[in-house]
Design a protein. Structure first.
Length: 472
């Protein structure tokens, strides 16, 4: 039987029994996120708002919030207020850009930030200052837009001169130097809620974990992100967060497979489905089917169909119908193949004949395998007789085989070879008799030979030669 192909499966970022084991797996129960936006931002930064680090951040943020909502700020126009908030952030908090630094706590402690952490801080302060904020997302960037005097202004928070990008500004009040932040082409920009913006901290941190080959942490991060967005975001945002969570679950399972822990991968996927039926989609189903296929393929390619059957029985519950039928066929074929080869040709033919009662034998590949094995076993019987020199018995066996396999060109070819070898034997006997002058006996030998092989050109030619010899 041909080797079973091992499937590969890539991703971006039901249970087996009544109660599946959860020990050793990421939790599938989301944590409760309480408090305001900054508390949620801390939570997604893996810092408890009640911890010492969390309290320090909240105290520093409270000071900034008090300043931007003070009478001096509130007396400014909305546009002036929006620009002043960005300036304040760079005076008091932001110091150095770092692409992957999404943590709010690290931003306040070290001054390092990226587009997400700086946009979250700006959005929170702008809301505290009474401004209308429209967070913006692209495939790899985040920024803010505010409404001021009836007009919308973009705010590129990763640059101290990023209010209304493209506008020329003084770089220093003591010089005549200007700074211009180029107006970016925000490809496929999409407006989102401030809750979605805050949740991007979790998404970014999950991406960093994936780069570090840590596939467990993203599950918890994306689950908590989903729960938070589900409680606060729009329907499309909830779906996006949910898809991200399922992708993290899927990636975790695939990593177990890469480590060779097939059972653990399937138990994890089953645990997801058992926990909540919505934690299962087409991607999860494909992963489950693929992982099962790869484990069964490995076992079958090493000749261990019994272990493959045991594995399939254990993990069949969550397989798709098509995958289950296919894998049963794989195991059945290996069973038939190994059993047949372990028997004598006669025993094997008896065994193969009994397979007609098995529904799996009707599958195309199984039927082809059984036919091939049947042909092989008959050929072994025929050749065994042929090798003893009993050519006519070999021909008789070939005729018997052709009743079972009437279209077998291989058996027909063997039969012809046996007949031709028989003709050679008859020719040799004829030659010995004719050379001894025993013409009548030679003629009888040729006639008998032609009765079994009437189309033999050799025997026909021999008879013609003998008749000429007898006429002289």
């Amino acid at each position: 039987m041909k080797k079973i192909l091992v499937l590969t499966f890539f991703a971006l970022i039901s249970g087996l029994c009544a109660a599946l084991p959860s020990e050793g797996f990421p939790s599938l129960k989301p944590e409760e996120i309480s408090g305001g936006l900054m508390e949620a931002a801390l939570f997604f930064s893996d810092v408890s708002p009640q911890s010492q680090q969390g309290r320090l951040v909240l105290e520093e943020y409270a000071g900034l919030s008090k300043e931007v909502s003070s009478p001096s700020y509130m007396s400014l126009s909305e546009r002036e207020r929006g620009e002043a908030i960005l300036t304040l952030m760079y005076e008091k908090v932001l110091d150095r850009y770092s692409l992957k630094q999404s943590s709010i706590e690290v931003m306040f402690r070290e001054g390092t930030y990226n587009c997400v952490s700086s946009s979250v801080l700006y959005a929170c302060l702008a809301l505290d200052a009474g401004l209308t904020v429209f967070p913006q997302m692209t495939t790899d960037h985040a920024f803010c837009t505010i409404l001021a005097e009836g007009k919308k202004f973009d705010v590129e928070t990763t640059n101290p001169y990023g209010f209304n990008p493209g506008e020329k500004k003084y770089a220093s009040a003591d010089s005549n130097r200007y700074a211009v932040v180029p107006a970016r082409v925000y490809s496929q920009r999409k407006e989102c809620s401030v809750y979605m913006l805050v949740s991007l901290i979790a998404q970014n941190r999950a991406s960093v974990f994936l780069e570090q080959k840590n596939y467990e942490a993203p599950v918890t991060l994306m689950l908590n992100r989903y729960a938070y967005v589900r409680a606060n975001g729009s329907n499309s945002e909830v779906q996006s967060a949910f898809d991200g969570f399922l992708t993290a679950c899927n990636n975790y399972a695939l990593e177990q497979q890469r480590r060779g822990e097939y059972e653990k991968a399937l138990v994890w996927l089953s645990l997801c489905r058992e926990t909540d039926s919505s934690y299962w989609n087409g991607t999860m189903q494909s992963a489950y089917d693929s992982i099962t296929n790869n484990r069964i393929a490995g076992l079958l390619n090493s000749g261990n169909w019994q272990e493959a059957q045991k594995f399939l029985d254990e993990f069949s519950k969550n397989l798709s119908d098509s995958a289950l039928a296919k894998f049963r066929g794989y195991v059945y074929q290996k069973y038939v193949e190994q059993t047949a080869y372990s028997l004598t040709p006669d025993q094997a033919l008896l065994f193969l004949g009994k397979q007609n009662s098995n529904p799996l034998s009707k599958q195309k590949d199984a039927a082809s395998l059984i036919a091939s094995l049947t042909e092989y076993m008959w050929s072994q019987k025929i050749l065994a007789a042929e090798n003893t020199g009993d050519h006519l018995s070999a021909v008789a066996l070939a005729d018997e085989a052709l009743k079972v396999l009437p279209s077998s060109s291989y058996i027909k070819k063997i039969r012809q070879t046996c007949l031709d070898n028989y003709a050679v034997t008859v020719h040799n006997r004829f030659a010995d008799l004719a050379n001894s002058g025993r013409y009548e006996e030679a003629l009888a030998v040729l006639d008998e030979g032609l009765s079994f092989h009437p189309s033999s050109a050799t025997l026909k030619r021999d008879r013609q030669t003998l008749i000429r010899m007898m006429s002289h």
